[in-house]
Design a protein around this ligand. Structure first.
Ligand code: ADP
Ligand code: ZN
Length: 530
């Protein structure tokens, strides 16, 4: 039997396996099931391609690879052809005749690997093909790429993936390897459960991307901050700017273009043709900045993306990791930069509250959002936080904003108590709830029309927080909301409500530590409208 290493050399031209590849490959060749967690660019494809070759060499037939991305399937099959490997795909881009031809080759045993779209797998026609191969003992293995798509907690849930449990049920002796670049503990458990991989050996690689510098800046004027960041750090270089809405994508792309950058918009609302054209330009040309919703990126393999910027908060840490992971695949220094502010927290919480999902589901989403907020609020190493979320212990990295410029921290406990007691008093006095702006106005003693109208200048907390800047109070509110000590009612104009968690802060039992805002212009508070 040909050894795995000689296949690696002879077929792919590489001298050595990377990281866990060698162990994974051996395990699958020997017929074991595997769950592989490896960051993007880690080399997942070889983990099933080599076993496919080895097992075919020993007469065990064809490997079936499930991949959700047509473009990726085409790339892989093309690359395999170039390496002299017999591979083909079955997906919606083929005509009936072409698909028939692929099926005939499959049944004749001519293919080492067959790539298939997930929605095709559970069809009677496809299962009949698999049955035939199975009877002849010609199914060498199943590879399930992007396995996190099976989890509804993730950001790429694809219901068709649930049907892939059929591999285990129908062909129990055939080894299976599931692969993903994103998986926190919940998602991992979901993959195991839904794909019935309880017996699979898990191979977890380090998720560290040492060449990426993580920065999470406090949002002031996000557009201006973004412009400065690109001009200062990445002028003329390729990058991706993620925004939440299509409208914002368009606006930011226009602004960047006005500033002389080569920026293109990308979102699901654009014609397929336009999207394709923009994607091609991003991939082929140098220095294009793609301004996009998260519709853009999965399967994009551009090595020299120098920065990924987030103007809005991603949904959770997995999304953040996945999106920022598109930077620096070539291993050269790159930036993951995010601007984050109070409104982001409010918006994300609202989106969860307002979604029609079941309460149990929302709880999971809230937990995931909280973890991301904790990362954003962190005053210590971002990388340590990020990796620990994936269950990995590490030392401060020396290459994130907090390591490079340890933030000055101030004690916001007093301000937090003042804010909470103002909210309490306002509600006591008027039976009404108000939003962040009004509460801050009361505390800072601003006689706005609204304050006068509701006689909130008569409250005992009116003006007692005048020594705090709006910026500081905003930071306190953000952290109170992020930690659940304060709730925002999405269904009622984003008004603030006390929670069970408020009590500990009000009683002074819980400290609220905040980062001192850097770059805060002196006297800014005075220039704000009264
Ligand atoms: P992933 O699917 O994990 O994102 P890929 O399988 O696309 O990663 O591999 C990323 C890149 O690394 C590819 O260009 C691949 O050829 C290369 N690669 C993978 N394994 C090795 C290896 N052992 N030696 C050299 N290059 C490798
Ligand atoms: Zn660090």
């Amino acid at each position: 039997m040909t050894t795995a290493l000689s296949l690696l050399k002879d077929v792919f031209g590489y001298g050595a396996f990377r990281g866990a590849q060698a162990d994974i490959v051996q395990h699958v060749i020997a017929g074991g099931d595997a769950l592989v967690l490896m960051p993007t660019g880690g080399g997942k494809s070889l983990c099933y391609q080599i076993p496919a070759l080895a097992r075919q060499d020993s007469g065990q037939g064809t490997a079936i690879v499930v991949s959700p991305l047509i473009a990726l399937m085409h790339d892989q099959v093309g690359a395999l052809h170039e390496a002299g490997v017999q591979a083909a795909f079955l997906n919606s881009t083929l005509s009936g005749e072409e698909a028939n031809a692929v099926e005939r080759r499959l049944l004749r045993g001519e293919l080492t690997l067959l790539y298939a779209a997930p929605e095709r797998v559970a069809t009677p026609r496809f299962l009949a093909l698999l049955d035939t191969l199975h009877q002849k003992r010609q199914l060498s293995l199943f590879a399930i790429d992007e396995a996190h798509c099976v989890s509804q907690w993730g950001h790429d849930f694809r219901p068709e993936y649930r049907a892939l449990a059929v591999f285990h049920e129908r062909y129990p002796g055939v080894p299976r390897i599931a692969l993903t670049a994103t998986a926190d503990a919940t998602t991992r458990a979901d993959i195991v459960q839904h794909l019935q991989l309880e017996e699979a050996r898990q191979f977890v690689s380090s998720f560290d991307r040492p060449n990426i510098r993580y920065t999470i800046a406090e949002k002031k004027d996000a557009t201006l901050q973004l412009l400065r960041f690109i001009e200062r750090e990445h002028a003329g270089e390729a990058g991706i700017v993620y925004c939440q809405s299509r409208k914002r994508v368009e606006e930011i792309a226009e602004t960047l273009c006005r500033e002389g950058m080569d920026a293109l918009p990308y979102h699901a609302g654009l014609d397929t043709e336009v999207r394709q054209r923009h994607q091609d330009r991003f991939l082929r040309e140098d220095g294009v900045v793609m301004t996009a919703t998260i519709a853009f990126g999965m399967g994009i393999d551009k090595p020299d993306v120098r920065f990924v910027a987030h103007l809005d908060l991603p949904k959770n840490i997995e999304g953040y990791y996945q999106e920022t992971g598109r930077a620096g695949r070539d291993g050269l220094p790159s930036d993951a930069w995010m601007a984050y502010g109070l409104q982001d927290v409010v918006n994300q919480r609202r989106m969860i509250d307002e979604s029609p999902a079941a309460e149990e589901f929302k709880q999971v989403l809230r937990g995931k959002l909280d973890a991301l907020l904790a990362l954003a609020e962190a005053t210590d190493c971002r990388r340590v936080r990020l990796l620990s979320y994936f269950g990995e212990a590490s030392e401060p990295c020396g290459n994130c904003d907090n390591c490079l410029q340890p933030p000055a921290v101030w004690d916001g406990t007093e301000a937090a108590r003042m804010l909470l007691s103002t909210i309490y008093r306002v509600q006591q006095a008027s039976g009404l709830h108000f939003g962040t702006g009004h509460i801050m106005d009361i505390l800072r003693g601003k006689l706005t029309d609204k304050v006068t109208q509701f006689r909130h200048d008569k409250l005992s907390t009116f003006g007692i927080g005048a020594h705090f800047s709006e910026q500081q109070l905003r930071g306190v509110l953000r952290q109170l909301i992020a930690t659940g000590a304060l709730a925002v009612d999405a269904s009622a104009f984003s008004t603030l409500h006390l929670t069970d968690g408020s009590r500990a802060v009000l009683k002074g039992e819980q400290q609220v530590l905040l980062r001192e805002s850097i770059n805060q212009p002196a006297g800014r508070a005075r220039r704000e409208r009264g």
